[in-house]
Design a binder for this molecule. Structure first.
Ligand SMILES: C[S@@+](CC[C@H](N)C(=O)[O-])C[C@H]1O[C@@H](n2cnc3c(N)ncnc32)[C@H](O)[C@@H]1O
Length: 397
């Protein structure tokens, strides 16, 4: 290991351990108590607060800037495991760490011993891997990306993908690039409606950058040794001003010809699209957004070619969204969806998955047929699709 990468264990005032990094000239936690700081800033002000405002049935998706020793991750794992079973939200914890610890480093920390949580072995396994995943429990998953925030956050597919951000970068004087206004604009985009960012840092410039990015910012009492910390909340979608329409076109693709050219055969199967969107598995219909210069039917044809790789034959329009619907990803957009019936003029030659969310490799989208008769609303993730399914049922021949 190069001398400037040297990381040495240090004990802190509450008896818990941290590391000192030569490269960054910083310790990973406050010397006034690593455990106390993590519990105060990230678990109490972040995790508990976000849980209290989470929609029932929704997962909680946490993003950590800087996995470091894994203390925040393990404490969150424990907090989740301690929630009463049954209706606890599923947890997805994603941590970014461009400089993962080596075994000798995390072993010297005895993390599980003083944080009352086992799991540091699996947490820090495969330090060289680009992406390391661990199933903490059937409803809790951990993912470590060997990646910098700047790269991760620039991926537009991660818009609104997180409910909570632990912003735990080294201090601004050591890593100023992680505290620039751009970082907080990115954090704003990454968070979902009502999403929360917490950080131990309470500098005026950071607070102003958070406000400029659109956050509502609270100054809270800090952990020992710090007067204040910051909690920033992304306004809930319903508090945002609508600015745009988002016109979408979907199709119920059936595997049997339409009866009398317009009604679905009740024995048909319908094609569903499973996609990993903004941090969660979703089931929807094939289709997408209308582009300028297209009519809704052109859009359906183009989407079929792009998504399935083959042409479809369009049947009648089955449904157009009647009620007001706000976008699930962008609070400032109002969504209006069209749903057509469709069939395949040629035999299907796209990949069909046997099970839900059975993604082929890197591509996080897969298709599967399901019997139209037994397709329930609850299988479709978005409420906007439920009315369309009801309208389709009304047409069954
Ligand atoms: C203050 S420490 C995090 C402590 C950690 N949360 C814990 O519980 O031990 C900051 C971490 O950010 C990581 N880091 C440095 N540059 C980064 C970047 N550009 N993106 C994400 N993480 C980065 C460092 O390697 C370090 O592990």
């Amino acid at each position: 290991m190069a001398a400037d990468d040297q990381r040495t264990p240090r004990s802190t005032s509450d008896g818990s351990m941290t590391l000192h990094s030569e490269r960054f000239g910083q310790t990973y936690h406050s010397r006034h108590g690593a455990l106390t700081e993590s519990l105060h800033v990230f678990l109490d002000a972040g995790w508990s607060e976000r849980l209290s405002s989470l929609e029932s049935g929704a997962p909680i998706r946490v993003l950590e800037l800087g996995l470091g020793t894994g203390l925040n991750a393990l404490l969150t794992r424990k907090a989740h495991a301690d929630l009463p079973g049954g209706d606890r939200p599923a947890l997805r914890y994603e941590a970014l760490e461009p400089h993962p610890l080596q075994p000798a480093e995390w072993q010297a920390m005895s993390l599980s011993q003083w944080s009352e949580v086992d799991g540091d072995v699996e947490l820090h396994a495969q330090p060289e891997a680009e992406c390391h995943e661990v199933e903490w429990a059937p409803d809790a998953r951990f993912v470590r990306h060997r990646m910098e925030w700047q790269t991760f956050a620039s991926d537009r597919d991660r818009r609104a993908a997180f409910d909570l951000i632990y912003f735990d970068a080294f201090a601004p004087d050591s890593q100023p690039e992680l505290w620039l206004p751009e970082r907080f604009a990115e954090a704003f985009r990454l968070l979902s409606s009502g999403g929360i960012l917490v950080t131990y840092c309470a500098k005026g410039a950071v607070r102003r950058a958070l406000i400029d990015a659109g956050f509502r910012v609270e100054r809270l009492p800090g952990p020992p040794g710090k007067r204040e910390m910051l909690r920033a909340t992304r306004p809930a979608w319903e508090d945002m001003t609508l600015k745009r329409f988002n016109v979408r076109v979907y199709f119920f693709l059936l595997d049997r010809p339409l009866i009398d050219g317009g009604r679905p055969d009740p024995e048909s199967q319908v094609l569903l699209s499973d996609e990993f969107l903004s941090g969660r598995d979703c089931t929807k219909l094939p289709g997408g957004g209308l582009e300028f210069g297209e009519g809704p039917m052109d859009c359906a044809h183009r989407e079929a070619l792009e998504e399935l790789g083959q042409a479809i034959e369009l049947g009648p329009l089955v449904h157009v969204t009647g009620n007001f619907v706000r976008s699930a990803w962008r609070g400032e957009e109002q969504v209006l969806c069209h749903y057509y019936l469709a069939t395949l003029p040629d035999p299907a030659n796209f990949r069909v998955a046997e099970a839900r969310f059975d993604y082929p490799g890197e591509d996080l989208e897969s298709f599967r047929w399901t019997p139209l008769r037994s397709l329930a609303e609850s299988e479709l993730t978005f409420g906007v699709d439920h009315a369309a399914l009801a309208a389709l049922r009304g047409r069954i021949g």
